[in-house]
Each structure stands twice: as structure tokens, then as C-alpha cells.
Ligand binder design. Structure first.
Ligand code: F6P
Length: 542
């Protein structure tokens, strides 16, 4: 099988990277760049003029995309081909946001119909909770909802609920949403100390419904409820909803079928926010708001499907990612939202990007021999300025960045925040500028002593949302989902599996047995020593 690295466009990009690598961005600037390297689609403006590219580089990247069959790959994704080749199934998160009148049949299954039926079920649950008809064991309406999940069953809904708090529907005004994910139980324990069993509802969210982190938190929650009343069946009926691709496992755990929301194996965990996993978002926004969120993602799906590659936002964002990581050898990528509401967006993206593309073998299992997904991290930009930007400006690492900000700040909660919003925007634009130009931003900057010099030449993309609302957030998330897919096609990676996380789970089982039996035999010397230490200190504490 030919490696991507054998393609002529790949070799051309390697040559261009040598030339571009030797140039500083401040010497690449012509005024035309701003228009040539920015695109707008719906609520998003993407400015990639601060990337270390020029017209020949962009041309070669687009040629590589063609040579890798990107257009056919996009069609295959959206039409439900088995793009997840190691698990022989489609990755149809886009089907979750089809319009109600759209149809999609895959392998004889009415996928669009299944999705609409599941949305209708969610709608019914949301209506019962909002109208206070869903009652706890003592007959009182639900006041607190706790989502128990981890990874894709936690990060997406948690991030979206934090981002869209201002859009809480009036029916949800008295509902409080909480999230618990950590396997050690500290988060759930903290919550249970504050909550009242009779008015608390748990959503146990797990695609597989075998994830030990989630099931142990759910067991802790059930035990907490059982301390109130012995009628477990009634507790499960009134206080537990399950969301999973395995209804039989939810039933076995005790969640009655009427409290189950099903989704499907063809939805990857990190792409599942649009399914029943998004129930907390639907509870917060109301179903109309949730549908608006889906519509934003649908807008981006259509843009991705219908727009020629040179104007296609996810394609361009993905090409920039491949250029930086593979050809310019930039192994770190920072995601920097200039809006506190997007605080959890970087964590959500760490899973989306690194679990998808953190791979080193091709679709056919051969070693790739080139760099793929960078290490990705981030934080709210203005806070990060007071934390890790020092490294971005004067450290030895090359880092690429995504700056993200809403242009307008509307809504009841925004009154009086206009000045602060401008401060955030000013900082956003200032930082990307300094990262690009370094001390050439100021007169005489280059005559400063070494410790006050700014190297610049750190590439970035700026994404401006007209405003942060359910529709725009939906479009932004779908943009990144498709970016990840584009990069995977250029790298010849399957982005929809995550075998890398499996071995650790198996070894944790064996290690748990050793902890429970005070054993140490059969481990490597380092782990044995740590186990011995834990046994000794643990005994002293007991
Ligand atoms: O272990 C990784 C992973 O499988 C993720 O891909 C997934 O989002 C997470 O665990 C949670 O899985 P589940 O939804 O099946 O509990």
C-alpha cells in the first residue's frame, strides 16, 4: 500500500516546509493575506492569515487533499460507509442532526427514523421533568439532575451546559444540573452531601454501559438513595435514567425500559453529544434550544458536504493542522477561547482530537513514519495569559494556537459586561499579533535586551463567532469534528476507534485484584515497589 509520504504533493510540502521554516512570518506579510486566508461560513469567520503559509503552501495542501481522496472520503462519512474500519461500522454522528424531513437508510436501517424516534423520547422526558410531572419517591418534583458519565458521556454535555448557561429555558430555571465523572468517587460524594435524595434524578450515561468509572459512581448514587427507602425498583423508576447503545445492559443494571434512551454503535463516544447523551443540554435549553444546537451542527455538515475544498472551513482548519504538525513539526497545539463560558471547550477538544488522531499506524495497520496529532491543551485565553503564555512567547517550543471569541455579547447576563467583553477581544487580537510578529510589533522592539525579546513566528488561527448561542456552538463543534476527520484522511488514520485505551483498562483490573489481596507478585519492579508502599501505608492508616 502506498504511504501518504510517497505522494508527490507530500514531497512538495516537505520541500516547501524547508523554505517556509527558514522564513519568519513578519517577512511573509502582504496586506492581501488577510482576505486570501480568511473565510466566513454562517456564524463563523475563520482567519488563518497568521499561519505560516503562503499561496504555494495552501495550493500544495489542497493538492494533497485531492490526492488523498478527501472529497470521496467526506461522501463516504456522510452516507454511512464503514469508515471505522477496525470495528467495521459507520461513524454517523451527522445523522443525529439531520432535519426531521431528511432520510438516511444505511444497510437497510432507517437511521434517520431511529434518530427522530429517540429525539421524541428525549422530548417526552424533558417535558415531564420541566412540567414537574416527573416525581421522586416522596411525590416531590425533581430539582437536581446529576449526569454520571465519563469521556464522551461527560465532556460534551458538561462543556455545552457551561457554555450555554445564559440560554437556560424558563422551564428549567429551577432545575440544577450537575456532573460527576471521576472514578475515585470524590465528585459524586461532594454532590451527594449537598443534594436531597427525594428530588434528585440521575442520568447514567455510558455508550457501552460497562465503563467502571460510571458504573461505580452510579452504584454509589443508588446506595445513597437506598438509604432512604428499601424499594429499589421504585427508586430506579423515579430517580434513574439510562442513556446507552446497550439497552439490555441498562435493563440488567435495573433501569426500566421506559427510562432508557438508546443510541447506536455507529455513534462514537466522543461524537455522541448530539444523541441522548445530550439530555442535560436538552434539559437546560429546552427541546427547542437543543434542536437549534443540532441545526447549527447541521449547517456545518452541509457546508462540509457542499463547499469546494478551497472554501471549506473544516477542510482548511484540518489542512492547517496537518501542515503544522506534520510538515513544520509543531507538536503542541493550544486552544484559547476568549470567553469564560467556553472554559471547558479545550478539555472537550482534547478527547475529540487526541483520542481520534493520536495514532501511529495507518488504516491498514502499517507504521506511519510521520508526526500526527499534536499534544493539545488549553484554557480560557485571558487566564492562560497569566499562566502559560510565557512559554508561548519566549519558550523553546513551537506551538500552534486556535484563538476563539464571540464578536457580540448579548443576553440578560451580559448587561454591563460590554467593556469587559472588549477587553477580552483586545487581548485576543493582541496576543495572536504578538505571537505572529514578535517584537516587530513595536518600534525598537528588536533592540531590547534578550529577556525582553519576543521571537514571534508562532502560527495561529482566529475563529470569531458572531455570538455564542446554541446554533453557533453547534456549528463550532461540528467544525472541529470535521477538522479531525479531514486530518485523519490526510494522515490515513482511522479516527473512530480508540484501541490505545484498552490495555490500560485490562491492566487496571489485574492491579485492582493485587490491591484487594495485598499482592505484589507478577508486576514489574517499579509497580511492585509502589504496591508494597501502598500496602504498608494503607495498613498503617487502617
Ligand atoms: O475509554 C475511552 C472511552 O471509551 C471513550 O471513548 C468514551 O467516550 C469513554 O470511554 C466513555 O465510554 P462509555 O460512554 O462507554 O462509558
Amino acid at each position: 500500500m502506498t504511504s501518504r509520504a510517497d505522494l508527490p504533493a507530500w514531497k512538495r510540502l516537505q520541500a516547501l516546509a524547508k523554505e517556509t521554516g527558514a522564513r519568519h512570518m513578519r517577512d511573509m506579510w502582504q496586506p492581501e493575506r488577510a482576505a486570501a486566508f480568511s473565510r466566513r461560513a454562517g456564524p463563523l469567520l475563520m482567519d488563518f492569515s497568521k499561519q505560516r503559509i503562503d499561496a504555494p503552501v495552501l495550493g500544495a495542501l489542497l493538492a494533497l487533499a485531492q490526492d488523498c481522496g478527501l472529497e470521496a472520503a467526506i461522501r463516504a462519512l456522510l452516507e454511512g460507509a464503514a469508515v471505522n474500519n477496525t470495528e467495521n461500522r459507520p461513524a454517523l454522528h451527522t445523522a443525529l442532526r439531520l432535519a426531521p424531513d431528511e432520510h438516511l437508510v444505511v444497510d437497510g436501517h432507517d437511521v434517520a427514523g431511529q434518530v427522530q424516534a429517540s429525539l421524541a423520547r428525549m422530548e417526552g422526558m424533558v417535558a415531564r421533568i420541566h412540567s414537574r410531572q416527573w416525581r421522586g419517591y416522596s411525590g416531590k418534583p425533581i430539582r437536581d439532575v446529576v449526569n454520571i458519565g465519563v469521556g464522551g458521556s461527560d465532556l460534551g454535555p458538561f462543556m455545552a451546559c457551561q457554555a450555554l448557561g445564559e440560554f437556560t429555558g424558563s422551564a428549567a430555571a429551577n432545575l440544577r444540573l450537575h456532573f460527576a465523572s471521576s472514578i475515585d468517587g470524590t465528585q459524586i460524594a461532594d454532590l451527594l452531601r449537598e443534594l436531597r435524595p427525594e428530588t434528585t434524578l440521575f442520568i447514567v450515561s455510558s455508550k457501552s454501559f460497562t465503563t467502571v468509572d460510571t458504573l461505580s459512581n452510579a452504584r454509589t448514587a443508588l446506595a445513597w438513595m437506598q438509604a432512604e427507602t428499601a424499594d429499589t425498583e421504585m427508586l430506579l423508576r423515579n430517580h434513574f435514567i439510562g442513556v446507552s447503545a446497550h439497552p439490555e445492559r441498562m435493563t440488567e443494571w435495573g433501569i426500566p425500559p421506559c427510562n432508557q434512551i438508546e443510541f447506536w454503535e455507529w455513534v462514537g463516544g466522543r461524537f455522541s453529544l448530539w444523541s441522548g447523551i445530550g439530555l442535560p443540554v436538552a434539559l437546560q435549553l429546552g427541546m427547542a434550544g437543543f434542536r437549534d444546537f443540532l441545526a447549527g451542527a447541521r449547517f456545518m455538515d452541509r457546508h462540509f458536504r457542499d463547499t469546494p475544498l478551497p472554501d471549506n472551513l473544516p477542510v482548511l482548519l484540518g489542512l492547517m493542522g496537518v501542515w503544522n504538525a506534520t510538515f513544520l513539526d509543531i507538536g503542541a497545539h493550544a486552544v484559547l477561547p476568549y470567553d469564560g463560558r467556553l472554559k471547558h471547550f479545550p478539555s472537550y477538544l482534547t478527547q475529540l482530537e487526541m483520542e481520534s488522531n493520536g495514532k501511529s499506524v495507518s488504516r491498514s495497520g502499517d507504521a506511519l513514519g510521520y508526526a500526527t496529532c499534536p499534544v493539545l491543551w488549553g484554557d480560557v485565553g485571558p487566564n492562560a495569559q497569566h499562566a502559560f503564555y510565557q512559554l508561548l512567547h519566549q519558550g523553546t517550543q513551537a506551538v500552534s494556537c486556535d484563538f476563539i471569541a464571540p464578536v457580540r455579547r448579548y443576553g440578560a447576563h451580559s448587561n454591563g459586561l460590554q467593556r469587559q467583553h472588549q477587553l477580552a477581544l483586545a487581548n485576543c487580537l493582541a496576543q495572536s499579533r504578538v505571537l505572529m510578529l514578535g517584537d516587530a510589533c513595536v518600534e525598537d522592539g528588536e533592540s531590547a535586551p534578550g529577556f525582553r525579546r519576543y521571537r514571534g513566528n508562532q502560527p495561529s488561527t482566529t475563529l470569531l463567532l458572531d455570538e455564542l448561542n446554541p446554533h453557533a456552538l453547534g456549528a463550532l463543534l461540528a467544525l472541529y469534528e470535521h477538522k479531525v476527520f479531514v486530518m485523519s484522511v490526510l494522515w490515513d488514520i482511522n479516527p473512530f476507534d480508540q484501541w490505545g485505551v484498552e490495555l490500560g483498562k485490562q491492566i487496571a483490573d489485574v492491579t485492582l485484584a493485587a490491591l484487594q489481596t495485598q499482592g505484589t507478585a507478577g508486576f514489574d519492579a517499579s509497580t511492585e515497589a509502589l504496591l508494597r508502599h501502598i500496602h504498608t501505608v494503607g495498613r498503617k492508616d487502617a
